[in-house]
Structures are given as structure tokens and as C-alpha cells.
Design a protein around this ligand. Structure first.
Ligand code: GUN
Length: 323
């Protein structure tokens, strides 16, 4: 199999070249509420990816105590200027996640979280694209999905069915003995249960050739690991490819997000200029609270005048680009 890492590199290079030819470069808005450390790390990854391929981005970092109303305003603000919007999860408990998901226009929901999103969820889509890239034939295969979440298990089941696989989906209520029996009979197992090293060599039979490990957990020593005990598989099973954690499915998710952002830009739903965005916000009595610290000279000017001419910082003015 071509590894997730190699695949992601090839895809990023393809996207970089595609973006190079685009007159208006794609723009992503990442909204973060609070200071969750895991979210910081995810966002750093997304920023690095954007920089590598030439996607402009802005991070709107809001306080842990921000009201839902203010967060929704920030989403509206982002909608004026960005092709894709991400509200990083988890959110504080006082904020209703469904309200937030529905506030992101479906044509900018590059995470694919809305049911009517124009985009597919990044993790399952990334897995299927990677399997396709490897010319892994799913038609007629026996696939077992462990986990039934809205953003991984459930959409993945549909995608596998669409490709002609026979699919079984287990959840936390599935009898453990049955679950092990099912995965033993599978050709491909995709695990998204979030339990460190929960599956070992005994859970997989001779037909199994690929295990896709979606879990991101910490082991007993605090080290990142997946749902699968890789060591036991490597020692005791031949011919099974297990995606690594870290460096596996996470990279597939990230590259699919980039594809979605580029597609969102190409769809051409974002035509607003800074001037439009500012007048829209003024009409809504909106006060832009968060301006990046290292605002460049051009940006200072364009926030006042509505003209942006700078490609070097990530303030809204530069994000939108020239009028
Ligand atoms: N939190 C962890 N992963 C993700 C992701 O892919 N998207 C969003 N919005 N939040 C996350």
C-alpha cells in the first residue's frame, strides 16, 4: 500500500499546483473558542497545510466565555470573506453545537458536518480516496466499521456501500464476542472507537488485508496510539497493512479538508470584497473585536478604506485580497 503520508504529500503537491493557477486564492477561516490544547495542535496542523499549498487563512480566537450569539456573529463575519469555515470542536458546554453547525453556510462547511453540506466529511472521504488511490477494490469485499459517529462511522458506512462492499457496523452495544467474530471474517476493518490498543491480532482473520485505524488515544505511557495494538499484529500476522497513529488517517483528513477548501473557492460563492464585508457588518451593528496582533501596514489601511493590497499577513483585509 502507498502510505497515508506519501499519499498526502502527492495530493498536497497536486493542490499546490492547482492553487498556483487560480486568480483568487482560496481562503479558510478557523474559529477557535477557548484554549483547548488538542485544538491548538490540530489548528497548527491545518495552518501548516494551508501554508504549504497556498491557501490563505485567518484564525479567529474567541474567549472561552464568548456568548453563542457572539460566536454566531463571528461565523457571519467569516462568511463574508472566507471560502471555507471551520469551527474547531470541542466547544464549551454553554454553546449549542447544532446551532453553530447550522450557522456555517452549507457551501462553506468544508468539514462536511452539516447534513446538507456541499462537502463530504473529511475523515471518511479521506479514507475512501486513499483506498481508491491504492486501487483497493471494495466491491464484493466484507467491510466492518467499528463506531457509528455522525462524522466518521455513519458516513463511512454509506460510502462503502456505494462502492459495493458488504458492510457491518458495530457500536458500543454490540456484543464483544460477536464484534471479534465479525472483524475476524472481514476483508477490511475500519476502527473509530477511541479505545487505546483495543484490538489485537486475535481480532483479525486470514482474509483481512487492511486495517484503517481512526482512533487517536494515549497509551499507558501517555504516548499517542490508535485503537489497534500494532505491535501484536506486526509480530503475529503477515500481510495485513495497518495505518499508523500518528501519521495515518489524520493526514488523510487534513488533505481532504484542503481539497474541500479549494473546491469551495472554485464554486465561487465568495465574491465579497472587504468593503462589502465591512458594510454588511456595520448594518448588523457588528464590532470587529479580534484583529491579528501583527497587522501589516497595508492591512491597517485597508480596514479603514476597504482596499487590501497585501498577501503577507492573515488579517481579514489581506484574506480577501485586492478589490
Ligand atoms: N476537532 C477535532 N477534529 C476536528 C475537525 O476535523 N474539525 C473540527 N471542526 N473540529 C475538530
Amino acid at each position: 500500500m502507498i502510505s497515508c503520508k506519501e499519499y498526502a504529500q502527492v495530493m498536497k503537491e497536486t493542490l499546490r499546483k492547482r492553487i498556483e493557477t487560480m486568480d483568487k486564492k482560496p481562503a479558510l477561516s478557523i474559529i477557535q473558542v477557548g484554549d483547548d490544547q488538542a485544538s491548538d495542535a490540530y489548528i497548527r496542523g491545518k495552518i501548516k497545510d494551508c501554508e504549504e499549498v497556498g491557501i490563505r487563512y485567518i484564525v479567529q480566537k474567541l474567549s472561552e466565555n464568548v456568548s453563542e450569539e457572539n460566536l454566531l456573529y463571528n461565523i457571519e463575519l467569516a462568511s463574508c470573506v472566507a471560502d471555507g469555515i471551520i469551527v474547531q470542536l470541542p466547544l464549551p458546554r454553554h454553546i449549542n453545537v447544532t446551532h453553530v453547525k447550522n450557522a456555517i453556510p452549507k457551501e462553506k462547511d468544508v468539514d462536511g458536518f452539516r447534513r446538507d453540506s456541499l462537502f463530504e466529511c473529511c475523515t471518511p472521504k479521506g479514507i475512501i480516496d486513499w483506498l481508491d488511490f491504492n486501487e483497493y477494490e471494495l466491491c464484493g469485499k466484507n467491510a466492518v466499521v467499528l463506531g457509528r459517529s455522525e462524522i466518521v462511522g455513519k458516513p463511512l458506512v454509506n460510502m462503502l456501500i456505494d462502492r459495493g462492499a458488504t458492510v457491518t457496523c458495530c457500536n458500543s452495544h454490540t456484543d464483544l464476542f460477536l464484534e471479534s467474530e465479525l472483524s475476524n471474517k472481514a476483508d477490511i476493518v475500519i476502527s473509530a472507537i477511541g479505545k487505546a490498543k483495543f484490538l489485537d491480532w486475535m481480532d483479525f482473520g486470514t482474509d483481512c488485508d487492511v486495517i484503517v485505524d481512526v482512533g487517536i488515544n494515549r497509551d499507558e505511557n501517555g504516548k499517542l496510539c490508535g485503537d489497534v495494538d500494532r505491535d501484536s499484529i506486526e509480530k503475529l500476522k503477515d500481510g495485513i497493512y495497518v495505518t499508523p497513529v500518528p501519521g495515518g488517517v489524520g493526514l488523510l483528513t487534513r488533505v481532504t479538508l484542503l481539497k474541500n477548501i479549494v473546491e469551495a473557492c472554485e464554486n465561487g460563492y465568495t465574491e465579497n470584497t472587504v468593503k462589502d464585508a465591512i458594510s454588511f457588518l456595520k448594518k448588523k451593528d457588528y464590532f470587529v473585536r479580534k484583529i491579528p496582533n501583527n497587522l501589516c501596514e497595508n492591512a491597517k489601511e485597508c480596514l479603514e478604506t476597504g482596499h487590501g493590497e497585501c498577501d503577507y499577513c492573515s488579517c481579514f483585509a489581506c484574506l480577501v485580497g485586492n478589490e
